[in-house]
Design a protein around this ligand. Structure first.
Ligand SMILES: Nc1ncnc2c1ncn2[C@@H]1O[C@H](COP(=O)(O)OP(=O)(O)OP(=O)(O)O)[C@@H](O)[C@H]1O
Ligand SMILES: [Mg+2]
Length: 360
């Protein structure tokens, strides 16, 4: 028998003024698993989380925790009885309570046990020395760690996190993300994390639910979503893209970069070939140096460098293509920074591009 999900939501819908902002969303999260709701601003991520937390009612659908119905259109277990931990972007510490007071806020039971738990939680986030401090005496990162300790102290079954790291600088953020993940995995909580940053989603989650206009458009492991995106928008959500158009004949489309397979696509159908900048390669062989192109690389096409930017670990180079004047972008190793005006031959990693029919 399959294990019971810690959290399961079925066909959840929420409308504002008749407009569905969360539209028939279903997903489940197992204990110890991190699932991420990823999507652009306004796609319904926070609203979904708020319904699970119990601070927003759904119009349709149901929510289950450990196989127990928490709410549907009739049942509604109040927020405080759901044993969910919350870490929201604007869920600041209580300014009138000390660090200890904040962490102990949701705890019940005898005072000595509460004190022990507060100490234990602060130790885990490496903040024990601040136990008597006040929130205004802490840096942003320190406050974040106290907020994490506070959320975890009552031992939640589910942790709901809404862009919890967005106020932190990069270095600090990586640190706190890793600490948070380690603690949550230890506690065997199920985590639903909301973010609009693909790097954060890939770094933190086992499973990504990609949302658009209130719907989950694709769900899977980060590797699968990145490498088998279901449409052009799913590719562009994770990186810059290049698009080349073509028309299909005999399950192939002919382009200046050679032929691309379009299995199952009918004759005459227009398609878009979508390529990430790292898979558009400068053909160093044809340009006089470097490795030979592989069989995957197709036919070289020539463009003129219009712009080249040094980005640290790599450079981003833009080309105007000779054959149609279109602009394509390539990321190249940082040792190579061509000057504008330079003609260069390019090839495409045909095994790394995606062919999508253009919707009618
Ligand atoms: N109480 C409300 N009344 C009316 N509309 C609302 C309400 N709450 C949210 N919305 C609308 O629902 C849509 C989804 O909002 P939501 O906060 O869930 O988006 P989000 O995906 O979290 O976006 P962001 O990444 O910007 O936080 C938005 O268009 C928003 O304006
Ligand atoms: Mg939001």
């Amino acid at each position: 028998m399959p294990a019971t999900p810690r959290l399961e939501i079925r066909n959840l819908t929420r409308r504002f003024d008749g407009r569905p902002v969360v539209d028939d969303v279903s997903l489940s999260v197992m204990p110890g698993q991190v699932t991420c709701l990823l999507g652009p601003s306004g796609c319904g991520k926070s609203t979904t989380l708020r319904m699970i937390a119990g601070v927003e009612r759904q119009d349709e659908g149901s929510i289950w925790i450990d196989g127990e119905l928490i709410c549907d259109t009739v049942v509604h277990v109040p927020a405080e009885q759901r044993r969910t931990g919350l870490m929201f972007q604007d869920f600041a510490l209580f300014p009138h309570l000390s660090v200890a007071g904040n962490v102990g806020f949701g705890l019940t039971g005898p005072a000595p046990a509460r004190r022990d738990r507060i100490g234990e939680m602060l130790e885990r986030v490496d903040m024990l020395r601040f136990i008597d401090a006040w929130p205004h005496e802490l840096s942003g990162g320190e406050q974040q760690r106290v907020a994490l300790a506070r959320a975890l102290a009552p031992n939640p079954r589910i942790m709901l996190m809404d862009e919890p790291f967005s106020g932190l600088d990069n270095r600090l953020r990586d640190d706190i993300r890793d600490t948070t993940l380690a603690i949550l995995r230890d506690a065997d909580a199920a985590v639903l994390l909301v973010t609009h940053e693909p790097e954060e989603a890939m770094r933190m989650s086992d499973d990504i639910a990609l949302m658009r206009h209130g719907r989950v458009v694709q769900q899977g492991a980060p590797y699968n979503i990145y490498n088998a995106p279901r449409d052009k928008a799913a590719v562009s959500f994770f990186s810059d893209i290049n698009v080349i158009r073509g028309v299909v004949r005999n399950a192939l489309t002919e382009t200046p970069f050679g032929q691309f397979l379009a299995p199952g696509v009918p004759d005459g159908q227009e398609v878009e070939i979508v390529i990430r900048p790292q898979h558009l390669k400068i053909d160093f062989d044809r340009n006089g140096s470097g490795p030979l192109p592989t069989a995957q690389d197709g036919t070289p096409a020539r463009g003129i460098v219009t712009r080249a930017r040094f980005m640290g670990s790599e450079s981003l180079v833009e080309f105007r293509m000779d054959h149609d004047g279109s602009i394509l972008k390539a990321t190249v190793p940082n040792v190579f920074l061509p000057s504008p005006g330079k003609p260069l031959w390019l090839t495409i990693r045909r095994d790394r591009c995606f062919v999508f029919p253009v919707p009618a």
